[in-house]
Design a protein around this ligand. Structure first.
Ligand code: FE2
Ligand code: FE2
Length: 358
């Protein structure tokens, strides 16, 4: 995550205690970044390229245009996404939604920064179409319309800090995997057609999922700022069309069926990555709700973790000498080490020292 994030600008929202120049020198220290960069290829090779390879293999021979035109009707016909459907049945829904917002913030508080890497360069008319989509993501230059600013508003309404990266120690393994896969796609120019596939799937899926979220918020949290979701449910209709007509189709015209198959592979990789992240979010939510019912956990809005907060996985929790050790899990709350040891793999928490909120 740090190796990817080192390639874009993040400034603190307010003046820091010391010199801003010293802070920049610390955050973007060339020696530290070189060390992170050195470990990146091996991690990508182990964690991401096997899944990309599987998607490329499964997409071989698929006709892009047929695939793309079938995608939206297929998604519209699907039932409501399982996470918002689960929230409807859960009294602790506010806490589960807070966790969703927190886990998604690695990308959404800097929305479209990853895909911006796929716009620079020199590659013809599709580049200009991608730029038009990108400037929509950035509110067409109007700061309060920028998608990340809309996302900040909903985070604040759920009592969360809206500083980029504030909750990084609470991101779980699968949330990081989603973030890293997106950056792997866009920070490697070799992936240009896979990138188009990502956008094809993501813009299409977002039309549907943001409509579900907008409906859910209107029904259960009507005072929360839901513009992030209503904006996407609308504008991603256009973005899907633009990706198909102005990016994917010209790519295939210029570079042939091999480019088309790679675009399908990017869409399928994205489908699998989104599906894994969605299933994991739901599994952790359900595990936490069960632990609450069993008296092993309680809901608690998270503090921004202090520097040096000690992280723990379910496997690590099983090895702690005191099974009553308290662990903060994402935006959900506190669970005992004994119960956290039974959580799905990929869950992550930090050791907490406080008792139940009064
Ligand atoms: Fe967006
Ligand atoms: Fe979009």
């Amino acid at each position: 995550m740090r190796a990817y994030q080192a390639r874009y600008i993040v400034l603190p929202p307010a003046p820091v205690g010391g010199s801003i120049i010293a802070e920049l020198n610390r955050r973007y220290d060339p020696g530290e970044l070189a060390r992170l960069e050195a470990s990146r290829p091996a991690l990508e090779h182990t964690l991401i390229t096997p899944r990309a390879g599987a998607a490329i293999k499964s997409a071989a021979g698929t006709d892009l245009i047929t695939y793309a035109e079938a995608l939206l009707p297929r998604m519209r016909a699907e039932p409501e996404n399982p996470f918002t459907a689960f929230l409807r049945t859960t009294p602790g829904r506010e806490h589960h939604y807070r966790d969703f917002l927190l886990q998604s913030s690695a990308d959404l508080l800097a929305e479209a920064s990853a895909s911006a890497f796929g716009v620079i360069g020199a590659f013809g008319a599709p580049q200009s179409a991608l730029f038009r989509i990108l400037i929509d993501e950035f509110g067409y230059g109007a700061h309060d319309r920028k998608h990340s600013v809309l996302y900040q508003a909903v985070m604040r309404d759920f009592g969360l800090c809206d500083d980029y990266g504030a909750y990084a120690p609470l991101f779980d393994t699968v949330s990081l995997d989603l973030h890293n896969t997106i950056h792997w796609l866009f920070q490697n120019p070799r992936n240009v057609f896979l990138q188009a596939g990502f956008l094809l799937f993501a813009e299409t899926a977002y039309q549907r999922s943001t409509a579900d979220h907008f409906r859910y918020l209107s029904e259960f949290h009507p005072d929360a700022d839901a513009r992030y979701f209503s904006e996407h449910a609308h504008i991603d209709l256009h973005h899907t069309r633009m990706v198909i007509d102005d990016v994917c189709t010209p790519f295939v015209t210029s570079y042939g069926a091999a480019a088309g198959a790679e675009i399908v592979a990017g869409a399928e990789l994205t489908r699998a990555t989104f599906a894994r992240a969605g299933a994991h979010l739901l599994a952790v939510s359900q595990a936490f709700a069960s632990a609450v019912l069993a008296g092993e956990a309680w809901y608690n809005a998270p503090q921004v973790p202090a520097p040096g907060a000690q992280g723990v996985t379910p496997t690590g929790a099983a090895q702690l000498s005191d099974p009553t050790t308290q662990i903060q899990v994402g935006g959900l709350g506190i669970v005992s080490a004994a119960a956290f040891a039974e959580f799905p793999s990929g869950a992550y928490g930090v050791l907490a020292g406080e008792g139940p909120a009064s």
